[in-house]
Write a protein that binds this ligand. Structure first.
Ligand SMILES: [Zn+2]
Length: 287
């Protein structure tokens, strides 16, 4: 299972619109505190705790039902990190390496929601302050009655392939030595395939034939949905843009397998298993 996928919660979307039902759930729920977009991690698990009075002023969102247990996340304010008895607030990305898969998925959902609310307190239509509704799945503007819904931004991430080879690129923002799949936001008016073609043309100068969808991954940085695809290259020619992409290389399946197994020791690294890019490359090289 990919990181952030496989969220097991029942989001109770038909019931969370009822304030009385939500209030009852809060009375018996568990809460995952966030501080500056970092979840509480306790003994390598998501740190769900019973309600505390000091969280009263914090933004609180409903995550869903874990069996019969309602789960929430709460944003803990403050400039200095609150001291927790046996855990600590950890960066979401780092947490994904240590938490069990279900905890990563739930914490990712919570992070995306809280992060969105922190940045959307005012109505984009009229500028008035908005109110959180439906446990956090809607904001309502009391001045102009506009409704605003937490965003998920589609991002295409694709691996150009040709015969026994795939093309990986080095993004200028990547840590040293990392080569990965190509990626970019889907723009208004684009289908998934349009975005794949445009991004590969812009970043890598690769001409593309058929495009196949492979898998998707929620990616809460801040709130993307990664759409993983394979793009059939029409030739081995490429022309990197030199700004966003600073290098690109064709790799054979055999080389990919060796690199993922860390049998080749050089400056080049492959994407980490928490990223869908890792799965795109690995799944393609498997056969
Ligand atoms: Zn408004």
């Amino acid at each position: 299972m990919m990181a952030f996928c496989g969220n097991p919660l029942d989001r109770a979307s038909d019931r969370r619109t009822d304030p009385a039902w939500l209030a009852a759930q809060q009375g018996c729920g568990l809460f995952l505190p966030f501080w500056q977009n970092k979840p509480l991690v306790v003994k390598d698990r998501a740190g769900f705790l019973p309600w505390r009075r000091e969280w009263q002023a914090g933004l609180c969102v409903f995550l869903g039902l874990d069996g019969a247990r309602p789960l929430f996340a709460v944003d803990v304010a403050g400039d200095s990190e609150p001291v927790m008895e046996d855990g600590a607030f950890a960066e979401m990305r780092a947490s994904a390496f240590v938490l069990p898969g279900r905890d990563t998925a739930i914490a990712g959902q919570a992070k995306a929601l809280i992060d969105w609310h922190r940045r959307h307190g005012f109505c984009p239509n009229c500028g008035a302050g908005t109110e959180l509704c439906d446990g956090g799945y809607r904001r309502l503007c009391p001045a102009c009655a506009a409704e605003h819904f937490p965003r998920t931004d589609p991002v295409v991430i694709m691996l150009p392939v040709l015969g026994d080879e795939c093309l990986v690129g080095r993004n200028a923002r990547f840590v040293n030595g990392l080569y990965s799949a190509f990626a970019g936001f889907v723009e208004p008016g684009e289908g998934l395939e349009d975005a794949v073609r445009r991004e590969l043309q812009e970043e890598a100068g690769v001409r593309i034939g058929a495009i196949t969808y492979h898998a998707s991954q929620p990616w809460p940085f801040p709130s993307s949905l990664m759409l993983g695809c394979y793009a059939q290259a029409l030739s081995r020619d490429f022309a990197i843009d030199g700004h966003e992409i600073t290098d690109a290389r064709w790799l054979t399946k055999d080389e990919v397998r060796k690199r993922l197994a860390q049998e080749i020791q050089d400056e080049m690294t492959m994407p980490a298993p928490i990223a869908i890019a890792h799965h795109l490359v690995r799944d393609w090289a498997k056969n």
